[in-house]
Design a protein around this ligand. Structure first.
Ligand SMILES: N[C@@H](CCC(=O)N[C@@H](CS)C(=O)NCC(=O)O)C(=O)O
Length: 210
């Protein structure tokens, strides 16, 4: 049984989606990121920065969405979420898997921060270059590897869902259709439903507020 450290409406939603896609047994441990002192001490052992998502799977304790996705897809190959190591799509799979934390996330931060940088000197180019690169990668579709859905779609798809939710999605038919396609997946819907129920409970006024 896998333990997932999670809080609703955060990057931990990706790990929920991934575990739902993989069809694995897991249990969720709620981590109150608003009150770090109350956190389960196992989180710090799994996550050097104390951030979620993090998991425990037997002797394995680890954190970070992309690392968790790589681990789960390889550790549980029956999930069909990763091309095998000797498959021609393996390199492309690894590229897009690391594109999410390495390019999409910093480009989002740059967009929000309004930083001007030299795209040739910056690893993620800039927000517009990142968008054009993802559009080109998804042009054939329907998934980032073409016909095969993979754990890389969990990372890339959830990232573009964040981008759309935060209102910084450009006018892109390719990216909007991709996010819609991801959202149609029953596993993503189950993960988002779990998140939504927990978020609503957190937002509900407690009896002490009344
Ligand atoms: N690089 C990590 C970042 C995870 C992250 O920043 N998680 C946030 C929630 S979205 C968090 O745990 N914040 C609480 C904190 O930093 O104390 C990943 O991609 O999984």
């Amino acid at each position: 049984m896998i333990t997932l450290f999670w809080y609703p409406r955060t990057r931990a939603a990706r790990a929920l989606w991934l575990l739902e896609e993989a069809g694995l047994d897991y249990t969720r441990v709620f981590v109150d990121i608003r009150n770090p002192s109350a956190t389960d001490p196992r989180l710090k052992m799994a996550s050097p920065m104390g951030k979620i998502p993090a998991i425990i799977d037997g002797d394995v304790m680890m954190a970070d969405g992309a690392a968790i996705a790589l681990y789960i897809a390889d550790r549980y190959p029956d999930s069909g979420l990763a091309p095998p190591v000797d498959h021609p799509l393996r390199g492309r799979y690894l590229y897009w898997m690391t594109f999410a934390p390495g390019c999409i996330e910093p480009a989002m931060a740059q967009k929000f921060g309004g930083w001007e940088t030299n795209p040739q000197a910056i690893g993620w180019g800039n927000f517009d270059i990142m968008i054009k690169t993802a559009e080109a990668g998804l042009a054939a579709g329907p998934w980032i590897l073409g016909e095969q859905f993979s754990a890389a779609d969990v990372m890339v798809g959830s990232s573009f869902n964040f981008i759309r939710t935060f209102g910084i999605m450009p006018d892109s038919d390719i990216l909007n259709a991709y996010v819609d396609r991801c959202l149609e997946r029953p596993a993503y819907q189950r993960a988002l439903d779990i998140d939504a129920v927990a978020a609503a409970e957190l937002e509900a006024p407690s009896s002490s507020d009344e």
